[in-house]
Design a protein around this ligand. Structure first.
Ligand code: EPU
Length: 419
């Protein structure tokens, strides 16, 4: 199993590029199942979750290939096996994103139920309830959801009991080929949902309101091929901003969309970090040494992203004062806190809140990555710790960050992969 070896204490300086968004790549790849024609998606990051999704599309009968220029071309001329098997779903929960498209395209789908995971329960009850409202029949058999809609799906008014990102995406993909109008209420407003809708519109779908909490879809009988460049990864960009801040560095984060990072930027500024727009999708971050503790509460977009909570906690270990970090999206997303404590941080977890007292000098240790964003937080802690940090199970970080060690090393970090 690969590990990272990090030697801390070097301020990061220079330009660091952002890849395409993993969480846009996954739904837009699933959307390729909705048409028999070829879809080209550009800026698709070469990360493990994307490879898993490409494998899943191939299992479904699609041709899916990555080209030299980073684009991916998918042609689902025929769907021979409308299924997401357990072996795939257990490594990537977002596999349930194929449920809506498979059902809409073929009238049936068989998708393994995701189990628990390191960050908490990841149920898909809201995906299921929504598809039932679109007229599908779903039953649970041997750990799988078996869905059928032999007469096709019919538009409906769907009100989500709670906001779900992939649930909104799944229902959006089902509704574009349903007969009549569908309205999704209390929909997720994440930029990745709007990006998926932008692709679907290029494919011939009729969608209004994506990016707001009410999305209206008028079903069409057929979608066609398209060419689409996905949005930059706001979580990767946010991780790099925090890397600049925590190392008291001076980084230019390029190829990002600053508008998608407003909540993080506001918190960084409150903490005393200088973040400036440097034109054309670029943000300059300068750590000025002394940081002030600030509180954060994770929320759905446009609130502070749960996917940046672990990284921000690493930063707060270096801030002066007490920071209250409240996680409202997932119930068990504090596994990194215990590892940060092993590196010298003072963090107490009480229910959904972590109380971080700082600043505390961190010292390198052997730590274990428990999930994707937790691993990023440990890398950040390693960058500021004295001595060597060895991070085990970096396959978690490879799920969602494209060559993070190479990107960080290029701006001065002392980090290398041990294989
Ligand atoms: N939920 C339900 N029922 C459902 C669906 C969700 O109760 O049917 C609950 C979940 O248990 C959770 C909350 O609703 O407590 C929000 O979950 P959501 O469905 O929004 O999460 P997701 O769609 O499974 C996506 C991202 C996650 C990100 C969350 C929240 C993708 C592929 N994944 O997950 O990204 O944390 O939204 O923003 O888009 C990551 O990239 O590291 C990652 C975990």
């Amino acid at each position: 199993m690969d590990k990272f070896l990090v030697r801390g204490g070097v301020p990061l300086e220079g330009e660091i590029p952002v890849s395409g968004a993993k969480n846009s790549a996954l739904p837009t790849l699933a959307a390729c199942l909705l048409t028999p024609e070829a879809v080209t998606l550009r800026r698709i990051p070469d990360v493990r979750d994307v490879r898993t999704m490409l494998h899943l599309l191939q299992l479904n009968g699609a041709q899916a290939e990555r080209r030299e220029d980073g684009s991916v071309c998918v042609t689902a001329a025929e769907i021979s096996r409308p299924e997401a098997p357990y072996e795939v779903v257990k490594t990537m929960r977002a596999s349930s994103l194929v449920l809506g498209p498979l059902l809409a395209r073929t009238g049936r789908a068989r998708v393994s139920l995701p189990g628990g995971c390191a960050i908490g329960a990841r149920p898909i009850n809201l995906h299921i309830a929504g598809l039932e409202q679109l007229g599908a029949t779903l039953r649970q058999v041997h750990g799988y959801i078996e869905a059928e809609a032999p007469q096709g799906l019919r538009g409906a008014l769907i009100h989500f009991d709670r906001i779900t990102v992939t649930g909104t995406e799944d229902l959006l993909m089902a509704a574009v080929l349903a007969e009549g109008e569908t309205v999704l209420e209390n929909a997720a407003r994440e930029p990745e949902v709007a990006d998926l809708a932008a692709l679907l519109v290029k494919m011939g779908a009729q969608i209004q309101g994506a990016g707001t909490s009410t999305i209206r879809i008028r079903g069409v009988s057929r979608l066609h091929g398209a060419d689409h460049t996905i949005i930059p990864d706001r979580i990767e960009a946010g991780t790099f901003l925090i890397a600049g801040a925590i190392t008291s560095g001076d980084l230019l984060v390029t190829g990002c969309n600053p508008d998608h990072l407003a909540a993080l930027i506001a918190k960084l500024r409150q903490a005393g970090v200088e973040v400036r727009r440097a034109g054309n999708g670029r943000l300059r971050v300068r750590g000025r040494g002394r940081l002030t503790a600030v509180d954060v509460v994770t929320e759905e977009y446009p609130g502070f992203a749960t996917d940046l909570q672990a990284q921000f906690m690493a930063l707060m270990t270096q801030a002066d004062g007490i920071s209250f970090i409240t996680e409202t999206i997932f119930e068990n997303r504090f596994m990194h806190a215990l590892e940060l404590v092993r590196m010298g941080a003072s963090i107490r977890v009480v229910g959904r809140q972590a109380i971080v007292a700082g600043p505390r000098p961190l010292s390198g240790a052997q730590v274990i990555a428990s999930d994707l964003r937790a691993s990023a937080s440990l890398v950040l802690a390693g960058l500021v710790a004295s001595g060597e940090t060895v991070i085990d199970r970096v396959y978690h970080i490879d799920r969602g960050y494209e060559r993070i060690e190479e990107k960080l090393a290029a701006v001065g970090a002392q980090i290398r992969r041990l294989v």
